[in-house]
Design a protein. Sequence first.
Length: 76
Amino acid sequence: MTATTKNNETVILVTGATGTVGTEVVRQLTSSSNSSLSSGSRVRAAVHSKDKADKLRDKNKTIEIVDMDYNNPESI
């Protein structure tokens, strides 16, 4: 999912970012060789496990981690 902020910045939301596929998606999006992610873009990783989120953050300091629980609509 992508959204554009009021500053015309593109935000890419990766749900399940700590899972097998999500981790790879985040890695690909934030890799220095990825020319498809513009300089005005950022990656937001939706997680529900704090421990796994910390591991994901350790691998890449540029991503934004957000806690998301589909059972709690306020977190979305």
